[in-house]
Design a protein around this ligand. Structure first.
Ligand code: 13P
Ligand code: SF4
Length: 304
């Protein structure tokens, strides 16, 4: 089947089944051609919470589909490939979270959305890269525990006066591997380029940035900026979308390894298969979902 035919079939099935496709910014670019909404984690969770579709096909990784299911328990949420996990979410389980909380009792726990439903259920509030600073600020606490991303936690602390952010030692391997040397090498080649960094990168990398933000925030900032060259310090999907949307500008990916393999598992054929066969329906047990929903709802209520 050629690409046009595939897209037509998917669109027809979406209509017949009252389904929508949500695609994360790191997804293979072709998925955007059938996506109803594409963007960062905060944007996608808002769409999952507000849609009246019967089926949500999540073109992302497992924790995103799980979050959509928690927000929309009566809908069918499909993840087209069950191997699409997140190495950061896998860095902390509930036992490890409990041990961390025992080490620092009576301190509120902020949990990055890149975590399992069970970890969200045992946290006080969720955040995404787009709203982490505002979420922590909203707690008006002098100390917070932040799981699982040490780098996002450190970035939040750098943006707030008088808040001690105690971080769990988790990280995203794609962003953790990016170094200051990578930035210097690219800056030597493109001295005029603006450096756009995702806050999952190590603090010393974020310090070199002209702009730090979520995937959607980076894309928006590039579009509003008059500069012509940009070094993109996050996953390759952001570069691909920017090249598509801003062909008059030059984008340089920080290094060739900045690719999230599990995000790249999906092709249009998988979306079609998923819609045809209702695969793979994601479920979250009721008790965990109810507790996790409180953390996610608190985040959404902050509206920032
Ligand atoms: P955002 O798109 O929310 O910035 O998240 C980045 C990421 O790593 C998602 O897994
Ligand atoms: Fe997880 Fe990192 Fe991939 Fe995002 S880029 S899904 S944090 S492994």
């Amino acid at each position: 089947m050629d690409k046009r035919e595939l897209i037509q079939k998917i669109n027809r099935l979406k209509k017949e089944k009252n389904a929508i496709v949500l695609a994360h910014t790191y997804q293979n670019l072709e998925i955007d051609e059938v996506a109803d909404f594409s963007g960062d984690s905060l944007y996608l969770s808002r769409q999952a919470a507000s849609t009246d579709a019967d089926i949500i096909v999540f073109a992302g990784v497992y924790f995103m589909a799980e979050t959509a299911k928690i927000l929309s328990p009566d809908k069918t949420v499909l993840l087209p490939n069950l191997s699409a996990g997140c190495a950061m979410a896998d860095k902390i389980n509930t036992e490890q979270l409990r041990a961390f909380k025992n080490q620092y009792p009576d301190i509120p726990v902020v949990c990055y959305v890149n975590s399992t439903a069970a970890v969200k259920a045992e946290s006080d509030i969720c955040c995404t890269s787009a709203n982490a600073v505002n979420v922590v600020k909203s707690l008006k606490a002098k100390e917070v525990l932040f799981v699982p991303d040490q780098h996002l936690g450190a970035y939040v602390e750098s943006q707030l006066e008088g808040v001690n952010v105690i971080t769990y030692p988790g990280y995203c391997p794609v962003h953790h591997a990016i170094t200051v040397e990578d930035i210097e090498n690219k800056k030597a080649l493109y001295p005029q380029a603006k450096v756009m960094v995702h806050p999952e990168c190590p603090a010393e990398v974020a310090k070199k940035a002209d702009f730090v933000g979520s995937t959607t925030a980076i894309i928006k900032a590039v579009k509003q900026c008059e500069a012509k060259e940009f070094i993109i310090v996050t996953e390759k999907g952001v570069v691909e979308r920017l090249e598509r949307d801003c062909p008059e500008k030059k984008f340089v990916l920080i290094n060739e390894k900045a690719i999230c393999d599990t995000m790249k598992l999906l092709r249009l054929e998988d979306i079609l298969f998923s819609l045809e066969n209702n695969t793979y329906a994601i479920d979250v047990d009721k008790e965990t979902a109810a507790k996790a929903l409180k953390s996610i709802d608190r985040m959404i209520a902050i509206n920032a």
